[in-house]
Design a protein around this ligand. Structure first.
Ligand code: FAD
Ligand code: AMP
Length: 483
């Protein structure tokens, strides 16, 4: 007899565990299948995000930022430290402890919400059946009224630089270095490449980022991307644009290095690194997930095809998170997981795909939501722009952290906020204020009329909103209108 559930979720990353917990809260008998094993061969929940993604990368970014502060910035405040050093194994160990605490937390939340966590690999074998293969090879069939697929994504590998997880690593390997590489190569100047490149550059590695495209961060507002390029280059990242990696060769001998071949505007080039991180993007993970007879459709890039409510073409089968279209971001998957669970309970939940915030956790952080100038120009929308530099923020100066700016864009006719783009201290958290305002269709004037505590970094958001209508107090107003 197969075990019967109302809902079976495959995958316990942010999309899957949010779906499973919400299903449990709504009274559905729910199981969540997870195949991830940690370094100790124990099943752990939380997927890429908690195990090898958002959280461990931020743990290393936070450690390396503190190191830079202790080394270079404390003295500005008059704080004297005699000798600053970095114990890399201790840093990695702390990161592992944070991961362990959070993955254990998900297991606890499953218990609290009566979700059965099931260890093994799930495969959809019918619209109401999932086959679970445990790590010892034993199999069990689960019956489900509804199936939610949240199998996530894995790093893309490229033939010119095959990952061996020792010298040539992907993002997972880059979280495990036991010493600071002397010379580190990064292929790809995307979010992950810049974050992981920053970690090791801050700790003293000479970092070269090879990016095939000629433009830096093409998805980011041009003004912000230009500022980011300037600041990150000043921090020591050698960002080579228009540099397409075509091959690599590992050295022989005990201490390995890798020589990377790439082409740029001047022709064929070669350069040697102690370690190389391949960070060229991620792809949906659907290996052994779907019996073709079930008929769940994939798109041409391998994503499971879904509608705006995350329903697949097969009734009662849903998919959410990185395995479906849209930005590969944990919070996008979380909201989708919750939406699917709530729709199973006949609630009319929706995800607002127009307001998915994006963040690059460099220092300063880069964060944006809504439309940028280039997109609005392409759409022929008439807009006003307000820009406020952190160098004019009392709080940023007090903290000695005043690089960057807040840029707010509002519709010229209605004043409704259309986008916000920030590079600066705590940009991710500052951006959220504007995301909330946009969710409630606020105007730049609404933000301008809101009282902000003084002195805060948030005042930069307030001033940018005022600047959009030419009313900023702490900078000269150059109201800019474009169409
Ligand atoms: P995943 O987190 O990938 O989880 C899928 C789970 O399903 C996995 O645990 C997998 O083992 C399991 N699974 C797959 N197939 C099966 C099967 N057949 N049976 C059982 N289990 C299965 N996003 C952000 O928003 N902010 C960040 O700061 C951020 N930083 C990142 C840093 C790095 C280095 C990386 C790699 C990613 C980062 N991301 C970040 C992206 C984020 O991690 C993903 O968008 C997010 O984890 C996707 O969630 P998911 O639930 O769709 O899939
Ligand atoms: P993202 O998809 O944001 O993680 O970024 C990955 C980046 O890797 C993109 O900007 C790609 O242009 C870049 N990329 C992909 N293949 C190569 C390659 N062979 N050489 C250099 N850069 C690459």
């Amino acid at each position: 007899m197969s075990k019967q559930y109302d809902v079976v979720v495959i995958g316990s990353g942010p999309a899957g565990y949010h779906a499973a917990i919400r299903c449990g809260q709504l009274g559905f008998k729910t199981a969540c299948i997870e195949k991830w094993l940690n370094k100790e061969d124990k099943t752990v929940y939380g997927g890429t995000c908690l195990n090898v993604g958002c959280i461990p990368s931020k743990a290393l970014l936070d450690t390396s930022h503190k190191y830079v502060e202790a080394q270079h910035d404390f003295s500005v405040h008059g704080i004297k430290v005699s000798k600053v050093g970095i114990d890399v194994p201790a840093m990695i160990d702390r990161k592992d402890k944070v991961v362990k605490q959070l993955t254990g937390g998900v297991a606890g939340l499953f218990r609290a919400n009566k979700v059965d966590g099931i260890s093994g690999s799930g495969k959809v074998i019918a619209a109401d059946k999932v086959l679970v293969t445990a790590h010892d090879g034993s199999q069990e069939e689960l019956t489900a009224k509804h199936i939610i697929i949240a199998a996530g994504s894995v790093p893309i590998d490229i033939p010119p630089a095959p990952v061996d997880q020792e010298t040539i690593v992907d993002s997972t390997g880059a979280l495990e270095f036991q010493e600071v590489p002397k010379r580190l190569g990064v292929i790809g100047a995307g979010v992950i490449g810049l974050e992981l490149g920053s970690v090791w550059a801050r700790l003293g590695a000479e970092v070269v980022v090879l990016e095939a495209l000629d433009e830096f961060l093409p998805a980011v507002d041009k003004q912000i991307a230009k500022e980011a390029h300037k600041i990150l280059s000043k921090q020591g990242l050698d960002i080579k644009l228009g540099a397409r990696v075509t091959g690599s060769k590992l050295s022989k001998g005990a201490k390995k290095s890798v020589t990377v071949e790439y082409t740029d505007s001047e022709g064929e080039q070669k350069t040697t690194f102690d370690k190389l991180i391949v960070a060229v993007g991620r792809k949906p993970y659907t290996k052994d997930l779907l019996d073709p007879a079930v008929g769940v459709e994939l798109d041409e890039r391998g994503f499971i095809k879904v509608n705006d409510q995350c329903a697949t073409n097969v009734p009662n089968v849903y998919a959410c998170g990185d395995v479906v279209r849209g930005p590969m971001l944990a919070h996008k998957g979380m909201e989708e997981g919750i939406m699917v669970a709530e729709r199973l309970a006949d609630k009319k939940s929706q995800v607002n795909y127009d307001l998915v915030p994006s963040v690059i956790y460099t220092h300063p952080e880069i964060a944006w939501v809504g439309k940028n100038e280039e997109e609005l120009k392409a759409e022929g929308v008439d807009y006003n722009v307000g820009v406020f530099p952190f160098v004019a923020s009392g709080r940023a100066l007090a903290a000695n952290d005043s690089e960057g700016m807040v840029k707010l864009i509002a519709d010229a006719a209605t004043d409704r906020v259309l986008g916000c783009h920030i590079i600066g201290p705590s940009a991710a958290d500052l951006l959220q204020q504007v995301a909330i305002a946009m969710e409630f269709s606020a105007s730049a004037e609404d933000l301008g009329l809101t009282m902000f505590s003084h002195p805060t970094l948030s005042e930069a958001v307030h001033e940018a909103a005022l600047a959009a209508n030419g009313h900023a107090i702490h900078i000269g107003n150059r109201k800019r209108r474009a169409s």
